[in-house]
Design a binder for this molecule. Structure first.
Ligand code: SF4
Length: 436
């Protein structure tokens, strides 16, 4: 299908040995997901039940808040709450009542658990039930955990979407459900491609507004747009929905195979598929080729962070000519990552979980051209002369589907180009000094 690429390897990495590590890890907690979820769900509010640390994390991850009325906040647990559980529940009820009175635009309220609320075992599920009964039908109250004890940063989205699944109405209709919070502009591109292929009706989880929430049932077919939604997928499967497995829609090949799996499921003929995808595929290929000039032949090492590591390694090795040394991921969900793993030639170490000191030893020994890691590791590694890419950028930047494929490749090319420029600059300065 993608005839400019090497043929798929005879044996991919689906059954490759997995290095499992369970030690200290350096990853953001699941509260981070609120930053992109609150932008997506326009009538939702995320109330973190946590500490001042949680409030600071959210404020700094979200950058400067320019909204007059933000759609997230923190109900701060004070020291006194640790002693009096009933007082904490009463205070939460009062806080929610005050919020909803002031903000009639809120239709869905998420109580988001944190490390402190978990440590004191504050029952947010019960609180959500109680508050839902009190504020229905105008507001639906749900809960999930974003705590650093339980979640890494993209798991926050998984936990949030999973919490919504039991609330979705039942249906028998043969519909496609796109699962994953994409920026609106990217989601619109995907919907247009699917409409041009004649695939539909298509619904999205999460929907932009509560009135557009999808229905779910035995004829629902699920297409994931993110690899980190394993718990949401399991909850949908419990409602009878069926997953359509495919590589994730990153790059030209990933997008084409993702669409092809759906085309097969919905009976789209080959001519129509070629007609609809030919032009955007050509555009994506051209855009990737420009960035791939910098990437070809370079090595890459992934620390476990966003769970995007496997599909990105597939994209970078197959479409950009990079060589993966280690593909670390916080969790490996083989049913979801399997089609991407099938396309990765054997060779890289596949690791799950983290023991950060051991992994730092491996990256120092390998000295890859590019290391993808969290913010906390990037600066020390840069100081040791390694070029790094912040994993979190991959979640905050539109990178899915054909029109973003070039930008995705460019995200990885940029740190390599910067390093080259710094080298050239340093050499020129040295020359000048010698000359002087
Ligand atoms: S949930 Fe835990 S890890 Fe996350 S900011 Fe709050 S205290 Fe820190």
């Amino acid at each position: 299908m993608s005839d400019h690429l090497p043929p798929p390897p005879e044996t991919g990495c689906r059954n490759a040995p997995l290095l499992k590590e369970r030690g200290q890890r350096e990853v953001f907690c699941g509260l981070t997901g609120i930053v992109w979820l609150h932008r997506k769900m326009q009538d939702a509010f995320f109330l973190v039940v946590g500490s001042r640390t949680c409030a600071h994390l959210l404020q700094s991850a979200a950058g400067v808040m320019i909204f007059a009325e933000p759609r997230f906040g923190t109900a701060i647990l004070e020291e006194g709450d640790l002693a009096g559980m009933k007082d904490a529940q009463d205070e939460l009820d009062r806080e929610v009542a005050r919020l909803l009175e002031r903000r009639p635009d809120i239709r869905q309220l998420f109580l988001v658990g944190s490390c402190p609320s978990e440590v004191i075992k504050l029952d947010l599920a019960k609180a959500a039930q109680r508050l839902s009964a009190r504020h229905a039908p105008h507001v639906r109250v749900m809960n999930y955990s974003g705590s650093g004890i339980e979640t890494t940063f993209t798991q926050g989205e998984d936990a949030c979407l999973e919490a919504m699944v039991p609330e979705l109405p039942a249906t028998d209709a043969h519909e496609l459900l796109l699962v994953g919070a994409l920026p609106d502009v990217v989601e619109d591109q995907a919907l247009q491609l699917l409409a041009d292929l004649g695939i539909g009706p298509v619904r999205c989880l999460p929907a932009r507004r509560v009135d557009e929430m999808p229905h779910v049932g035995p004829n629902t077919r699920v297409a994931l747009t993110q690899p980190f939604l394993g718990d949401t997928l399991a909850a949908l499967e419990r409602r009878g929905a069926r997953h359509v497995p495919s590589p994730l829609p990153f790059g030209e090949e990933g997008t084409t195979q993702w669409l092809a799996a759906l085309a097969a499921e919905f009976g789209v003929d080959r001519d129509r598929f070629e007609r609809v995808t030919a032009a955007p595929r050509a555009r994506a290929r051209k855009a990737i080729a420009a960035a791939a000039e910098t990437l070809r032949g370079r090595s890459i090492f992934f620390f476990p962070d966003s769970q995007l590591e496997v599909p990105l390694a597939r994209f970078l090795t197959r479409e950009c000519g990079m060589e993966a040394i280690e593909i670390g991921t916080p969790f490996l969900h083989r049913a979801i990552a399997g089609p991407d793993l099938d396309l990765i030639a054997p060779g890289p170490t596949l690791s799950e979980g983290q023991d950060v000191d051991l992994q730092l030893d491996r990256v120092r020994a390998a000295r890859p051209d590019l290391t993808v890691c969290g913010l906390g590791l990037a600066n020390p590694l840069e100081a040791e002369g390694l070029a790094t890419k912040w994993a979190i950028e991959l979640v905050f930047t539109p990178v899915h589907f054909y029109e973003q494929a070039g930008d995705l490749a460019a995200l990885f090319a940029r740190p390599l180009r910067r390093k080259e420029l710094l080298k050239v600059g340093a050499a020129a300065t040295a020359q000048r000094e010698i000359g002087a």
